[in-house]
Design a protein around this ligand. Structure first.
Ligand code: ZN
Length: 135
């Protein structure tokens, strides 16, 4: 893993959360992006080399809505950047981690992503990501 790429936080109201995090971090949200396939609206903040990703559900039964229903708002996942997401997925699978998808899928912020089941990571949802290079 190269670094902690971002920390994902589940919020009920993206607009309210953006203005709060703008005050907290004293910097502006630099991007919002809807990811239909994941049923989320996202907003990003840069914090040095790491980012904060706010996640709001697009639907009442989306993954973020269900997460908030069960656990309330708060930390949702940690994302690690990989140099080769395919190689990391293979390595982690061989180490016994439970991958939530078989192939990397397109995520927010121009990335390929794969999630690890929290059951195999002490309750923390882990995202692997790799930037999609436009050639
Ligand atoms: Zn993420």
């Amino acid at each position: 893993m190269l670094k902690t790429e971002h920390i994902g936080i589940a919020v009920k109201n993206l607009k309210e959360a953006i203005s709060l995090f703008e005050k907290l971090l004293n910097s502006s949200c630099y991007k919002t992006e809807m990811v239909e396939s994941e049923q989320v609206n996202t907003a990003f903040f840069k914090q040095g080399d790491t980012k904060i990703e706010l996640l709001e559900s697009l639907s009442a039964d989306g993954v973020i809505a269900r997460f908030i229903e069960k656990k309330g708002e708060g930390m949702h996942h940690i994302a690690f950047e990989t140099a080769d997401i395919y190689a990391e997925m293979k390595r982690l699978q061989e180490e016994g981690f439970i991958l939530l998808n078989e192939k990397p899928k397109p995520g927010a912020d121009n990335k390929l992503v794969c999630f690890l089941h929290p059951r195999s990571t002490h309750g923390v949802l882990i995202e692997l990501c790799q930037e999609i290079k436009l050639s």
